[in-house]
Design a protein around this ligand. Structure first.
Ligand code: C5P
Length: 234
C-alpha cells in the first residue's frame, strides 16, 4: 500500500501547524526538510509527532563518512521514521550511516529507516555539473551502492522506479517529482502523475507544492489520494 507524504516546505513553525491543521485526518506522514528544520529547529519534529504524524526527515546528508555517521546517530535521537542521505557520498559513507542506524536500533529497539537519494528529480540529462552519464544510468549505479550498504530504500524519480525495483526488489522506493495533470512543474524535471508513480511501483509519494501552493490544499490532497487509490486498485 503506497503512502503519501506531505512536504512541509514552509518558512515557519506557525505555517507548518496551520497547514497540518487544515489537512487533519487525511494525512499520516509529514516531511520536514531543509527550510523548516533550519527555521524551526528540531522541536518541530516532536510537535508533529505529538499530533500523531510519522516523520520523514529529509536533510539529505552528504559529507565525509564520520560526519554523516554521527549526524545519522543524532537524527535517530529525534525519533524520526525516515531519513535521507545522498548515495553520491559513496559506499563507505552509506555503510557507516547504516551501521549507525543498526547500532541505535540494537540499543533502543527502534530507529529511522535510511533512504539513499539517487539523483535529484530537478536534474535533467546534461544538467549535472561534470557528469555526462545519462541520469537513469547514474541513478542505477547509485542504487547499487545503496543496496550493497543494506539501506532501507531509495529516493528516485518516478520515471526510474520500475527499473530500479526490478533490480533491487528488497529496497523501498520513495518518489518526489509528483505532479498531477495540469499542475505547475516548477523546478522539477523527471516527473510523473501520482497514478503513474503508483503504477510504476512507488511505495511512498512525497508531494509539496501541488498541495501547499494550491488555493485549497485540502481539496488538492484529497484529489491526489483519490488518484492514488484508483491506481492501487488496478
Ligand atoms: O514541491 P514539490 O512537490 O516539488 O516538493 C518535492 C519535495 O521532494 C521537496 O521537499 C524536495 O526537497 C523533495 N525531493 C525532491 N527530489 C529528490 C529528493 C527530495 O524533490 N530527489
Amino acid at each position: 500500500m503506497a503512502e503519501l507524504i506531505l512536504a512541509l516546505d514552509v518558512p515557519t513553525k506557525q505555517a507548518a501547524h496551520a497547514l497540518v491543521d487544515d489537512l487533519k485526518g487525511k494525512l499520516a506522514w509529514c516531511k520536514v526538510g531543509l527550510e523548516l528544520f533550519t527555521s524551526a529547529g528540531p522541536s518541530i519534529i516532536s510537535e508533529l509527532k505529538d499530533l500523531g504524524f510519522k516523520i520523514f526527515l529529509d536533510l539529505k546528508f552528504y559529507d565525509i563518512p564520520n560526519t554523516v555517521a554521527k549526524a545519522v546517530s543524532a537524527a535517530c535521537e529525534l525519533g524520526v521514521d525516515l531519513l535521507t542521505i545522498h548515495c553520491q557520498g559513496g559506499l563507505k559513507m552509506l555503510t557507516d550511516a547504516q551501521e549507525s542506524i543498526e547500532k541505535y536500533k540494537a540499543l533502543h529497539k527502534a530507529a529511522p529507516n535510511l533512504l539513499g537519494v539517487t539523483v535529484l528529480t530537478s536534474f535533467a540529462d546534461g544538467q549535472m555539473p561534470g557528469i555526462s552519464q545519462p541520469i537513469a544510468s547514474l541513478a542505477y549505479d547509485l542504487a547499487g551502492l545503496a543496496a550493497k550498504a543494506n539501506l532501507y530504500g531509495l529516493v528516485c524519480s518516478p520515471n526510474e522506479v520500475a527499473k530500479l525495483k526490478a533490480s533491487y526488489p528488497m529496497l523501498h522506493y520513495l518518489c518526489p517529482g509528483i505532479r498531477p495533470k495540469g499542475a505547475d512543474i516548477g523546478d522539477q524535471n523527471r516527473i510523473s502523475t501520482p497514478k503513474e508513480a503508483i503504477l510504476a511501483g512507488a511505495d511512498f509519494l512525497v508531494v509539496g507544492r501541488p498541495i501547499t501552493a494550491n488555493k485549497n490544499p485540502r481539496q488538492a490532497l484529497e484529489a491526489i489520494l483519490t488518484e492514488m487509490e484508483e491506481a492501487l486498485q488496478k
